[in-house]
Design a protein around this ligand. Structure first.
Ligand SMILES: *Cc1c(COP(=O)(O)O)cnc(C)c1O
Length: 425
């Protein structure tokens, strides 16, 4: 880990060329690696030697970007995966098997809810849900001897709830399980989960980290501090039969056991690596992450303030606004800002929302958030289209709700576009 400040790490961490080597990260577009003798390859397979064998498991381009993200989060190691969803799947399955359970906040990404409630259930893993209105006693009552981890999202997509990391880390640790958080929306620029007690961080790098809507990717980062030798995690302390009996904690040390197991065992078996080309593109995004996140946040705050003053706007949800109920939690965990994403609803329900969105000229309607270009989505008309207005209200998604992902264009152009579209709504 370098001692530089985070802005410098965005630009400089990871790939460090030696004398005469290429200045920028080379793309090692190769599935395989050449060795001079059979014994050496055998040692790689026994994990007695480190080195690349096959790009399904590791690749030099990918490894350099993993180093950069580990450094940005302040973790001991990182693992890039083919998508945010595969990062979450591997992060959970690395320490959870059929017959066991995990505890998760309810306000997490919709794709994560599908994975947890439907697919993990089919694999025999039970998910127990927690929300902020529950007392500590009610939350603690959900833990039992088969509970493996606690899961939350630092800034929930799309509800924008701010996760009380310190509080839930304490509860998880009291029950001997790690806290895993999804830090996609704030990114390590705005939120430092390991400093508040989180043990593992996951990312959809598809969002701000790439930042240009070009490559799907995910990442798992190991904070290195959780004690896997507390007796609950034999998969990390006892021999792995699929690796000639390697014991991950004794072999890699407690601080690197989790991330190495995820790579050597699960990425190998499930085959979900990030490709070298995608890692190269992601690295370009990371080089300007600090600049973009700062501009996304300052633009979004101005847009949220503008929206909250408009007569045609019913409500605005943005934790950066002082009037937002999550403002004080946001100040604690995300002092530099939250993200560029705002939810708001306009008077007139679904029809008015559709007229507003169809009138936008600069902002585009896309099923994506968190890239450089301003975009909008009406959950009631798209991702939650099958629900009636009553069901939408029960789910906390008014028919007129608009999710606005504020880009890094000139903020006055964004506001002018919203102004003219509101007139047409
Ligand atoms: C998009 C998203 C994911 C899923 O990531 P993909 O890269 O689309 O697989 C997970 N968590 C959050 C918070 C997201 O916004």
């Amino acid at each position: 880990m370098s001692e530089y400040r985070i802005e410098t790490k965005c630009v400089q961490s990871g790939y460090k060329p030696e004398n005469g080597e290429p200045r920028t990260l080379p793309i090692y577009q190769s599935t395989t690696y050449k060795y001079d003798n059979t014994d050496e390859v055998g040692e790689l397979f026994d994990l007695k030697k480190s080195g690349h064998m096959y790009t399904r498991i590791s690749n030099p381009t990918v490894a350099e970007v993993e180093k950069k993200i580990a450094d940005l989060e302040g973790g001991t190691g990182a693992l890039l995966t083919s998508s945010g969803m595969s990062a979450i799947l591997v992060a959970v399955l690395n320490i959870t098997s059929a017959g066991q359970n995990i505890i998760s906040m309810t306000s997490v990404y919709g794709g994560t809810v599908n994975l947890f409630s439907v697919t993990l259930k089919r694999l025999g893993i039970e998910v127990r849900y927690v929300n902020d209105s529950m007392s500590d006693e009610e939350v603690e009552a959900l833990f039992d001897e088969n509970t493996r981890l606690f899961y939350g999202e630092t800034l929930a997509n799309p509800g924008l709830d701010v996760f009380d990391i310190e509080k839930y880390a304490e509860i998880a640790h009291r029950h001997g399980v790690p806290l895993i958080v999804d830090n996609t929306f704030p990114t390590p620029i705005n939120c430092r989960p390991f400093e508040w007690g989180a043990d593992i961080v996951v990312h959809s790098t598809t969002k701000y980290m790439d930042g240009h809507a070009t490559v799907i990717g995910g990442c798992i980062v190991d904070g290195g501090k959780f004690d896997w030798t507390n007796g609950k995690y034999p998969e990390l302390t006892e021999p792995d039969e699929s690796y000639h009996g390697v014991k991950y904690v004794s072999h890699f040390g407690n601080g690197l056991a989790y991330i190495n197991k995820a790579q050597c065992q699960l990425i190998r078996d499930f085959g979900m690596p990030l490709t070298p080309m995608s890692a190269f593109i992601l690295n370009l995004g990371l080089e300007s992450l600090h600049l973009r996140v700062e501009r996304h946040c300052s633009n979004a705050l101005k847009v949220a303030q503008f929206l909250s003053e408009q007569e045609k706007v019913e409500s605005v949800s943005y934790p950066g606004l002082e009037s937002d109920p999550r403002h004080s939690l946001a100040e604690k965990y995300m002092p530099k800002g939250t993200s560029g994403v705002i939810s708001f609803s306009i008077k007139g329900g679904r029809d008015a929302a559709v007229r507003f969105m169809d009138s936008l000229k600069l902002a585009a309607i896309v099923v994506h958030v968190a890239d450089a270009r301003t975009s909008v989505l009406n959950p009631a008309g798209t991702t939650h289209r099958q629900l009636t207005d009553e069901q939408l209200a029960a789910a906390g998604i008014p028919a007129g709700l608009i999710r606005l992902s504020v880009g890094i264009e000139n903020v006055d152009d964004i506001i002018d576009d919203i102004k003219q579209a509101l007139q047409n709504a």
